[in-house]
Design a protein around this ligand. Sequence first.
Ligand code: INI
Length: 154
Amino acid sequence: MPKIIEGKLNAQGKKFAIVASRYNDFITEKLVGGALDALSRCGAADPDVEVFKVPGAFEIPLVAKRVAMTQRFDAIICLGAVIRGATPHFDFVAAEASKGIAHVMMETGLPVIFGVITVDTIEQAIERAGAKLDNKGFSAAMAAVEMASLFQAV
Ligand code: INI
């Protein structure tokens, strides 16, 4: 039998930062709510969770990097909503947010989770900001908990 090393969905004693954009806040507030719900269900204590707000998804990577550099957190959850229908520069904002978030993760060595919705329509954004696992904020936070736990073993 191979030895399988994986994280547990236990957030007790771990610290999490959420970096969330205010653009399309009717969606991003639901993502933040989903993420907070997931962290609480996994046992994270309220004082161990901090939410940083930025204007738009384009600004998420820079703030995620500064937050990572404080070395106060076990994982960072990046949340945003980029909707093609509502923006002519969708491709630039979506690409910079995803590239930038990946870059911060590799540069800092901290789990930095990509919870930015990139969709064509408002309807699709609403679908991804629903309840529990249909909420991208919830699933992003679960990934953060798993990664923070895995990092105790690797
Ligand atoms: N930011 C978003 O998070 N989502 C969007 O859909 C969006 N649109 O539509 O343009 C958006 N733009 C703002 C951008 O993220 C920056 O905040 C802005 O360009 C200032 O740098």
